[in-house]
Design a protein around this ligand. Structure first.
Ligand code: ST9
Ligand code: ZN
Ligand code: ZN
Length: 339
């Protein structure tokens, strides 16, 4: 069942869903863009070396993907990309960080498995950073503050210690909903065992065992290349989609509608909409869920009753926000009827 937020519905979590859009008259504008200060960066060499190695290995993996791997291995790597992608988009992002819908335990179990394949740290830690990203968007308390440039918002933020402002303000987050879920607690507690099995060992062993791929190709294609690829796609939402694209819903923020990113990110590039209406489970306005594989995935599970209470935004609220703060490009983006 769809749940159109009532005009003064309040924030379910106490942190995320500041209802500026749901209450058009009392519209708070978004957090003002604040310039990063010159706080000295403390480099984390462990990460710099690991990511440098990963990216070099991924280039070799990409070469093997194109020219050497068995076709089964390539299809397998592609399927792993979609599965691990959904673990981020439908799981960590729309379900856990934003609570934009609810899921019964079998779906949560599938999503936590997909999420572990993606190795972007435990869903609890991912959601914690992401709630900071929305709550303190484009300030020093935003983990990948896009005002610090493309490189910082893409990968640089994972190569340095976090800004003290983030750690200070982060103490105010309420994560009790996440810690209340035993599936998420289990993933976090055993992360250092589960993650290597899911992200690296299974993707190597399955091609080896089932279709006789050699282990070097299996490891570089289905583990390293696939992992680096999906990391970069995810990071593009923070870098490219915070820099390039139209702003039909709010011209005062950096997040933008970016189709190229959306295609690879399974529907997560409509980022001006998402920052304006973060509780919408579609993370986009588009009718008929166009270019939004994740929305179709959630809708499928809604049909069998495993996903429910999906939150969305009414046309009237979207329209009034478009008129008030949009950049005039909405006719390119509303894309007609809602499904
Ligand atoms: C990765 C994540 O890549 C990528 C996330 C991208 C997000 C994208 C969002 C876009 C929208 C969705 C679109 C999805 C599209 C997907 C498409 C798929 C096809 N709040 O972190 P520590 C406090 S991961 C509150 O160690 P350091 C807290 O007390 C890649 N408090 O900070 C904490 O202690 P504890 C693999 C916070 O030491 C303490 O600070 N992973 C918060 O400065 C220390 O925290 C890696 O490479 C907060 N948010 O280190 C590991 N944060 O934890 C990367 C911190 O005990 N990370 N505190 O409670 C690290 O190595 C480190 O975090 C660090 C910072 C070096 C970056
Ligand atoms: Zn963002
Ligand atoms: Zn979000």
């Amino acid at each position: 069942k769809r749940n159109i937020m009532a005009p003064n519905a309040s924030d379910v979590n106490g942190v995320l869903f500041e209802d500026d859009a749901a209450t058009p008259d009392m519209a708070l504008s978004n957090t003002p863009v604040q310039k990063a200060d010159n706080y000295p960066k403390k480099l984390v060499w462990r990460n710099i070396i690991a990511f440098a190695y990963l990216h070099i290995a991924a280039v070799y993996g990409g070469y093997l993907f194109l020219f050497a791997a068995k076709w089964q291995t390539d299809i397998f790597a592609y399927i792993l990309y979609v599965m691990s992608g959904l673990g981020i988009t439908a799981g960590a992002h729309r379900l856990w960080a934003h609570k934009s819908y609810k899921a019964k335990w079998p779906l949560r179990l599938i999503l936590v498995f997909f999420n572990t394949l993606a190795f972007q740290d435990s869903a609890i830690d991912w959601a914690r950073d992401h709630r900071m990203h929305h709550k303190y968007s484009e300030t020093d308390a935003d983990p990948h503050n896009a005002t610090r440039g493309f490189f910082f918002s893409h990968i640089g933020w994972l190569l340095v210690r976090k800004h003290p402002e983030l750690k200070q303000k982060g103490k105010g987050l309420d994560l009790s909903d996440l810690y209340a879920d035993p599936i998420l607690r289990f993933q976090k507690k055993y992360y250092l065992i589960l993650m290597p099995i899911a992200c690296f060992i299974l993707p190597t062993v399955i091609p080896l065992y089932y279709w006789g791929e050699n282990w070097v190709t299996a490891f570089f294609v289905a583990a390293l290349f696939r992992y680096a690829f999906i990391l970069n796609v995810t990071w593009l939402v923070n870098s490219a989609a915070h820099k390039w694209g139209d702003k039909p819903y709010d011209k005062n923020i950096k997040p933008s509608e970016n189709i190229s990113v959306s295609i690879f990110a399974l529907g997560e590039g409509f980022h001006n909409y998402h920052h304006t209406f973060p509780w919408d489970y579609k993370t986009a306005e588009l009718g008929n869920n166009r270019l939004n594989f994740t929305t179709n995935f959630i809708n499928f599970f809604a049909k069998i009753g495993w996903a429910y209470d999906m939150k969305t935004v009414s046309d009237e609220i979207v329209q009034s926000r478009v008129k008030r703060t949009g950049d005039g490009s909405h006719h390119l983006w509303g894309w007609g009827d809602k499904d």
